[in-house]
Design a protein around this ligand. Structure first.
Ligand code: UDP
Length: 378
């Protein structure tokens, strides 16, 4: 019997497995229900020859030197600063909304005035949530906040989450702040990079260890169950540690009902053109049913006469039908999660980790950091 069972071969499970095997010399058994490792970071070259991220664009960015250095050990990474634009009123403007966007949007004298006001209020080079801007004491800044909210956030958020922006946790909108600078990078982290040969190769290296075994196409919950705070494996009490990165509600048999997740219908298209658009990602806050178009060639430069684009159509998650990409960022859903967490806390040899298990909108670097922290605690 393995000392450790890891359910799920995404960043959470693979990093923890690697540390346990490499540093502690422990046997680790990874159980993965899909036919591949890498979780939603999984990528591959498609017919056009371009590396595409099969579960949507994954841009790596972190301020953590520890995370950065850890990942350098598993293959080559290329510095890559992600840029996003939005289509607003038939114009392409920079995102996040910055001074650059200000001058793209308003006539010069108005942009000058707003820029001055923003600097005097928030200082230069800072990041302000659009929600805070909408509550500013200055009328002009409030109006600017309302404009950005209406043109960039309201309709995109309604598409993305299926609910009104006012019901979405403010931290979600704050992921895309208003910038009091000319920065046109989507992220401002110290390290921003992409794996030169794609994420799948990195994952293969992470788990390439004699003490790690991976079982693909296996549903862990067919062999694992929890009854009265005890984990059972194939019907027998399990004394090792279970590191679970799947859905917490499913692990506990939906005792408190189903947690809501948001899913995406991802529509890839190979196009007979060298490039389709000028940027890696174009957001469509107000037009179309999709939220954005990603062109992977900008992220993974490739010589090819063709290019691959991805349109993302958000939709509700339905078990067995699509993939639970995002936990719902609402108070109600969080309340249900907390009840499940209480159940999990009673199981001493259970460790929950990741977007689904912790019901949290983690970025990749947060997950790696958390896995490294848990390994240290263990
Ligand atoms: N958002 C928006 N308009 C945009 C980009 C983002 O309203 O053009 C909001 C939306 O609610 C989205 C959130 O900001 O869910 C976070 O955006 P991010 O780009 O971080 O989303 P992800 O890439 O994780 O899907």
């Amino acid at each position: 019997m393995s000392d450790y069972i890891v359910v799920g071969a995404g960043f959470a499970g693979c990093v923890l497995a690697e540390r346990l095997a490499e540093v502690y010399g422990r046997d680790v058994r990874i159980i993965e229900q899909r036919s591949h490792i890498g979780g939603n970071c999984y990528d591959e070259r498609d017919n056009s020859g371009v590396i595409v991220h099969r579960y949507g664009p994954h841009l790596f960015h972190t301020d953590s030197t520890e995370v950065y250095e850890y990942l350098q050990g598993f293959g080559e990474w290329r510095e890559y600063h992600h840029k996003v634009v939005a289509s607003v009123d038939d114009e392409i403007v920079a995102l996040p909304f910055s001074f650059k966007t200000l001058y793209q949007t308003f006539e010069e004298s108005k942009a000058d005035r707003l820029k001055e006001l923003l600097i005097s209020k928030y200082g230069e080079g800072n990041r302000v949530s659009v929600l805070k801007l909408r509550e500013d004491s200055d009328t002009l800044l409030r109006e600017l906040g309302d404009y950005i909210y209406e043109k960039i956030f309201v309709h995109y958020t309604a598409k993305q989450w299926g609910i009104d922006a006012s019901q979405v946790d403010p931290s979600v909108l704050a992921r895309v702040p208003v910038l009091t600078s000319y920065d046109d990078g989507y992220f401002n982290d110290r390290y921003q990079m992409l794996p030169t040969e794609g994420y799948s190769k990195i994952f293969q290296k992470i788990i390439d260890h004699p003490l790690i075994t991976v079982e693909l196409n296996r549903s862990a919950l067919e062999m694992i169950s929890i009854k009265e705070n005890q984990i059972y494996l194939d019907g027998e009490p399990y004394g090792g540690k279970l590191i679970y990165t799947g859905k917490i509600d499913e692990l506990f048999g939906y005792t408190y009902g189903k947690l809501a997740y948001r899913s995406l219908d991802l529509q890839f298209e190979v196009i007979d053109k060298e490039y389709y658009q000028d940027f890696a990602v174009v957001n469509y806050p107000n037009e179309h049913d999709y939220t954005r178009i990603t062109e992977f060639k900008h992220m993974h430069p490739t010589e090819s006469d063709q290019t691959t684009i991805l349109r993302e159509y958000p939709q509700d998650y339905v078990s067995g039908m699509n993939i639970p990409y995002y936990p719902m960022p609402t108070d109600e859903a969080h309340g249900i999660y907390l009840r499940y967490k209480e159940l999990a806390d009673r199981v001493s040899n259970l460790i929950l980790l990741g977007r689904l298990a912790e019901y949290r909108y983690y970025d990749m670097d947060d997950i790696v950091e958390r896995a490294l922290d848990i390994y240290k605690e263990l």
